[in-house]
Design a protein around this ligand. Structure first.
Ligand code: ATP
Length: 429
């Protein structure tokens, strides 16, 4: 995997799980974005399960979205098979039937109908050791999939905990805790005694001190500009970043759509951009993300859907087109860069009357300092004539369009997203 040494959170977690600190308890990992939390929990889990004798579901990792879950599964896929462990996902990417056949062994009774029921019940039925899931699909399997059992679960990871615990997601957590208890304790066997969740997860308390930390190699900049010329300031800033990969965060999907449509009316921009929106089809988003990762698109414009967990190698710049409302949002957005010990910069556009509030907000994060950055007036002025025309076109387009929102959005930046264009043509014919 190209890893030469472990990051601090990985060392600490290892020491607390496998190393001298190891004893049975829950662990709360709180560490900056991009600091390597996935491997921090994946490595000890894989290490601990490597001695297991019977295959059944022993580790469950739950994440709020499919994209994040698949990203985490990739990490487990890289390390678990080496010690003979099997990993699966339950995220709704494939049909439930396909997921079930990945997860569940055909019972002996199905294979050999003459076997008696008692013997069949003793067979562990899941054929994976580690499952990475989203709450919705997990609940589907808990409620409906015959043979899906959490009875042998030893490790439960709640990734993106704040979000996972804020939203109930069909009460998945109490349900999981309930089903990790054996129906009959006498029949409960483990490879490693004493490593099972036999008690509810402990509550994580807020400690009252600063809970947020900015990655050490992140530089924060603020740019002050009035709303009426903000798109121009953005273009000038993007020009200055010279086509380096960059994420632009707006405050809503509608704003992302408007901004990318507007930029589409500027010709010859020296960067390729695309909208990234929760209203787009997942396949469109996946293609856009792949194109971005491959460097075919330089700039993604989206709302906070991009802010959580997504890892893009070599991403150096994040732009807050609007000031984030909370320091946590700032941290998650900025945390898409300066990951894995790399450096990165986060730029935030502010109106004059927002500066004080922004400075106060950033103070809530450890290690934050913010540099005032200005943009060359002449570059902004040179774009004004095109801007006028672009605004007119935008008004017409938004007024005149009768297409449903999702399809409008996927077409916003012309032919940069091939799937979107094809669908539009299909519709018109
Ligand atoms: N020890 C290491 N050496 C080099 N690279 C590493 C190491 N550990 C993890 N990485 C890489 O660092 C990147 C960030 O890791 P990861 O996504 O786990 O961060 P994270 O702390 O979960 O971030 P977030 O809070 O934003 O989800 C990944 O590309 C991962 O492969």
């Amino acid at each position: 995997m190209g890893i030469e040494s472990f990051f601090p959170v990985q060392v600490s977690t290892w020491l607390e799980t496998i190393g001298p600190g190891a004893f049975q308890r829950d662990i709360c990992i709180n560490s900056p974005t991009g600091s390597g939390k996935t491997l921090a929990y994946a490595l000890p889990i894989v290490q601990m399960l490597s001695t297991r004798k019977v295959r059944c579901l022993r580790a469950l990792v739950v994440l709020p979205t499919r994209d994040l879950a698949l990203q985490v599964k990739e990490v487990f896929d890289a390390i678990a098979p080496v010690v003979g462990l099997t990993v699966a996902s339950a995220v709704g990417q494939s049909s439930i039937a396909d997921e079930i056949s990945d997860l569940i062994k055909k019972s002996k009774q199905e294979l050999y109908p003459s076997l008696d029921d008692e013997y069949v019940e003793m067979e562990p039925q899941t054929k994976v050791d580690i499952l990475v899931a989203t709450p919705g699909r997990l609940m589907d399997h808990i409620n409906m999939t015959k043979g899906f059992s959490l009875e042998h679960l030893q490790y439960l990871v709640v990734d993106e905990t704040d979000r996972m615990l804020r939203e109930a997601y069909q009460s998945w957590l109490p349900t999981v805790i309930q089903f990790t208890r054996p129906t009959n304790q006498n029949h409960f066997r483990h490879d490693t005694p004493g490593r099972t969740l036999l008690h509810p997860l402990t509550t994580i308390r807020r400690s009252g001190k600063k809970r947020y930390r900015i990655p050490t190699k992140l530089e924060s900049y603020k740019l002050i500009c009035t709303s009426n010329i903000k798109p121009l300031c953005l273009i000038v800033l993007l020009q200055e970043l010279r086509g380096e990969k960059c994420l632009v965060f707006t405050k809503s999907v509608d704003d992302s759509h408007r901004l990318s449509t507007l930029l589409g009316f500027f010709e010859d921009l020296p960067f390729k951009f695309s909208e990234f929106s929760s209203l787009q089809r997942e396949s469109t988003r996946r293609k856009t993300l792949a194109a971005f990762k491959e460097g075919k698109i330089d700039v993604l414009i989206g709302s906070d859907i991009m802010a959580r967990g997504i890892h893009i190698d070599g991403l150096r710049y994040v732009i807050n087109y609007e000031m984030p409302q909370y320091v946590k949002t700032y941290i998650h957005r900025a945390g898409r860069t300066a990951r894995a010990g790399e450096s990165g910069s986060c730029f935030t556009f502010l109106r004059k009357n927002e500066v004080k509030r922004f400075d106060k907000m950033l103070k809530k994060a450890d290690g934050s300092s913010c540099i005032l950055r200005s943009l060359p007036e002449e570059s902004i002025d040179s774009l004004r004539p095109v801007f006028e025309t672009a605004l007119e076109k935008l008004k017409d387009k938004l007024k005149g369009s009768t297409e449903p929102e999702a399809s409008k959005k996927s077409n916003k930046s012309g032919d940069k997203v091939p799937g979107a264009l094809k669908r539009k043509r299909g519709k018109q014919t």
